[in-house]
Design a protein around this ligand. Structure first.
Ligand code: OGA
Ligand code: NI
Length: 197
């Protein structure tokens, strides 16, 4: 599939299922370097424990989520972070033109789920927050295997879907609609987790 075909596939999947799963949406060379980047940042303790809730009410809650994150600045001077942001912009521009989604912003963080971590069932949009339209997650795990765990589980109305967090796989879903969780991870699990607003 070329890029336009991938975009079309995503749109068709979202129209049909409210979520899309697509492999190779972003350049693997770019993602390999971002994987190295997050590992480097992780080793130098730049990631910190993720919180839940909105703005001033944000708290750590180890019963809900235990991943570590680092936000990516939109004006980052790291070339590979810029390339990823640009590629996401290209995608949502296409989506806006095709579906009138009106997206104008992307926010994104690195995430690491270490051994023994998880994120219990939740929705990505806070009450009274109409900001997040779509969640967009790209996985950076180059040799993921079943024993590693950390699958993303989508709780659809009539179905549970398990998604393996393999390298260069992207998952996109409507932030206010889809309940989801990250199952127990048994090893370091890296991703770029973001929202289209
Ligand atoms: C989140 C989330 C899922 C994943 O960060 O809100 O649900 O697969 N992440 O990393
Ligand atoms: Ni989530």
């Amino acid at each position: 599939m070329n890029l336009t075909e991938k975009y079309e596939s995503i749109i068709n999947q979202i129209l049909e299922n409210e979520f899309a799963i697509i492999d190779g949406l972003f350049e693997s060379e770019n993602l390999t370097r971002l994987r190295n980047e997050v590992i480097k940042k992780d080793k130098t303790h730049q990631l910190s424990q993720a919180k839940i809730g909105k703005s001033d009410k944000r708290i750590h809650d180890n019963s809900v989520r235990t991943d570590d994150i680092l936000w990516i600045e939109n004006n980052s001077n790291i070339e590979d972070e810029q390339s990823y942001i640009k590629a996401v912009e290209q995608f949502y521009t296409y989506l806006n033109n095709a579906c009138f989604t009106g997206i104008s912003e992307f926010e994104c963080h690195y995430a690491r789920y270490g051994a023994g971590t998880f994120y219990k069932t939740h929705i990505d949009r806070f009450k009274n927050d109409s900001g997040r339209k779509f969640s967009l997650i790209t996985y950076l795990n180059d040799s993921w295997k079943k024993d590693d765990g950390g699958e993303l589980k989508l709780h659809l109305e009539n179905e549970l879907i398990l998604i393996e967090p393999i390298f260069a796989r992207t998952i996109i879903f409507k932030s206010h609609l889809i309940k989801h969780e990250v199952l127990l991870s048994n090893t370091n699990r890296y991703s770029l987790t973001g929202w289209l607003k």
